[in-house]
Write a protein that binds this ligand. Structure first.
Ligand SMILES: [Zn+2]
Length: 94
């Protein structure tokens, strides 16, 4: 049994006024293969990078778990998945 369940593949800690951020990525060996988490690390990294742009748009003012925050999360995730899919298609075509 694992000591600690990983809740997310990536996290961002940011200081909006200072325009400073640190993105933490989970180590692949710590991810339970049966986890509900999507294990696409590329999407996770792009997702966290997109948060920086969305922070600019919201001035970093959204409260966690608010309807606005959940909407932002859905938009960030959909955009991250689309960008990675476009890039993967481009790479597959050569
Ligand atoms: Zn997010």
């Amino acid at each position: 049994m694992r000591e600690r369940e990983i809740e997310a593949l990536a996290r961002i800690h940011h200081n909006h006024p200072l325009r400073h951020a640190r993105i933490l990525l989970a180590d692949a060996v710590d991810i339970d293969p049966n986890s509900y988490l999507d294990t696409d690390m590329e999407v996770s990294l792009v997702h966290e990078l997109l948060h920086l742009r969305f922070l600019d748009a919201t001035n970093g003012s959204l409260k966690d778990a608010s309807p606005e925050w959940r909407g932002m999360e859905a938009a960030v995730e959909a955009t991250a998945q689309a960008l990675v899919a476009i890039n993967n298609e481009r790479e597959a075509r050569g």
